[in-house]
Design a protein around this ligand. Sequence first.
Ligand code: PLP
Ligand code: COI
Length: 335
Amino acid sequence: MDIDWENLGFKFRPTRSNIRFHYADGKWDDGKLSNSYEITISIAANALHYGQAIFEGGKAFRCKDGKIRIFRPEANGERMNSSARHLLMPEFPVEKFVEAVRTVVRDNEDYVPPYGTGGALYIRPVMFGTTPQIGVGASLEYELIIMVVPVGAYYKGGIKPVDAMISRDYDRAAPHGTGHIKAAGNYAASLISSKQAKDHHCPVALFLDPATHTYIDEFGTSNFLAITRDGKYVTSLSDSILPSITNNSLMTIAADLGMTVERRKIKATELADFAEVAACGTAVVLTPVGRIFDGDTVYDYHLTEIGPVLKRLYDEMTGIQHGERPDRHGWLVEA
Ligand code: PLP
Ligand code: COI
């Protein structure tokens, strides 16, 4: 294998295998590993026309002791089921999900980036409806595929600050819509805002609550969090954002470190008051935000590197993930 572990970036590359499950006649089969990266489905498959498609994102790490550990896979299994319920797709037993993740990670053991490279094996489950349909309705058959990809930093430069732009022309989610689940369509809906942001040299788009455009929701691929000048951890409370497993873990770590944690509505105008701002998620980990552009207004956090409070949280989080610091909450599952 010829992989440049230090410069993986975040892009697709095939590995040895993925694991596949099929749902028909009201039940999931026992699944099997596949070496193929292709699927054959009907041109009328539900997912292609009517969008019954959901996904998840997790990571496995090569730890200091050489073992491979997966970060909170049962949380991904539970969230996938919450996405499934909302789109009338079948739930998948969480225990079976965790076992499937362990199986596919083990089978691709040599694709887990070595300890010390900063890389991880990204775990990407995807579930979609395959029944051929012309009338709108829920699919009868589904496929769940869990693939794995070795990855490095999501944004160029690792945890260097990125600039963000508030999306004023478009929303990614609707009030009472699908913003709180990991529906594939949410990402299609966010592309136009991401393009606008990138056209303004900002790698990230920041979305406001779709009902009033007053409060901060989240970034296109991650949750929003900020550190106040008096050292509190603040993150958005909204029913149109994805409940991030990373954010949940960071809130727990922050509380463990004695910080006050506030999950509340955050006015966009409060951006002027924060000491540090970041994006958090499986792919972006904890990426500091240097500046936020909102029309002619610029919020500048004057960062050249990650700020001191976020750095503490980042070190603790990545330390736990790599088996360097105690896993007090039992988040890691051996592959
Ligand atoms: N918000 C959105 C829209 C996402 O796509 C993601 C990525 O999964 C997150 C937040 C972060 O969630 P997690 O920490 O579970 O990866
Ligand atoms: C993740 O962080 O796992 C995500 O799913 C975000 C993304 C790459 C869409």
